[in-house]
Design a protein around this ligand. Structure first.
Ligand SMILES: Nc1ncnc2c1ncn2[C@@H]1O[C@H](COP(=O)(O)OP(=O)(O)O)[C@@H](O)[C@H]1O
Ligand SMILES: [Mg+2]
Length: 218
């Protein structure tokens, strides 16, 4: 990667792990995501984790797309500087949709079913997301279109049943935290999930239930 990508504006966003800047990628609107160093981690471990997560994120962006799940196009990767450059997707996050539809859960049904289908396909293809919150789901064509997944750096290829179950558990927790009808919304998500993962959905749902029980009584 050219080390100096033209920056369009100051940082666009800052998550827990990374900073994102809007850049211009040969005329395409793009985001440069750079994984921050954490002072509390020993230097060698910090380097290794940042490099690994950058690499995992890049691989899974491509892998998910191969499985028929929309993701931002990966334009470039610079492991030395823990940077990715990816397509900047327009459109609201699932979180923004939920925050905007507190009084109208019916408007959330279609997006949640499609979100479920996407995660079902991902799981059926042997990939987990690993950090499945509604901030990591974007609807580039608006709530009527298919979702795109971002932020896959905690994902796993060839996951265990437990890792699959954790993905569903996180969706359930997130929906319940964000919306009074969270449980009903999760059922919509599961409808889509069964469609996307027809062979494996039962087993994964069972495991997610078990995880919920364990967390509750821990
Ligand atoms: N490709 C993208 N297109 C549009 N917005 C994005 C894109 N990637 C990230 N964002 C926005 O930036 C936020 C943080 O990015 P994310 O990759 O989730 O970083 P973190 O690992 O810090 O959570 C996302 O919740 C989303 O709002
Ligand atoms: Mg995120």
């Amino acid at each position: 990667m050219e080390s100096e990508v033209p920056v369009r504006t100051p940082p666009a966003a800052r998550g827990a792990e990374a900073s994102l800047r809007k850049v211009d990628w040969w005329g395409f609107p793009a985001l440069l995501k750079e994984r921050d160093s954490k002072a509390y981690r020993p230097k060698a471990l910090d380097e290794r984790l940042r490099k690994e997560r950058t690499r995992t994120e890049a691989r899974l962006l491509v892998e998910a797309r191969r499985l028929g799940v929309r993701t931002p196009i990966l334009y470039d990767i610079d492991l030395t500087h823990h940077r990715l450059v990816m397509e900047e997707l327009p459109g609201p996050t699932l979180k923004a949709l939920i925050d905007g539809a507190q009084a109208d859960p019916a408007a959330l049904e279609a997006p949640l079913v499609r979100f479920g289908v996407a995660i079902g396909r991902l799981h059926a293809g042997g990939v987990t997301h690993g950090d499945l919150t509604s901030s990591n789901v974007i609807f580039p064509e608006g709530p009527g279109g298919p979702p795109a997944l971002i932020d896959l750096s905690m994902g796993v290829r060839g996951p265990s049943l437990e890792e699959l179950g954790i993905d569903l558990h996180l969706v359930e927790e997130d929906l319940k935290a964000l919306h009074p009808q969270g449980e009903e919304l999760f059922q919509k998500f599961l409808t889509g999930y069964a469609e996307g993962n027809p062979g494996g959905h039962r087993e994964v749902e069972e495991r997610a239930k078990e995880i919920r029980g364990r967390v509750r009584y821990a």
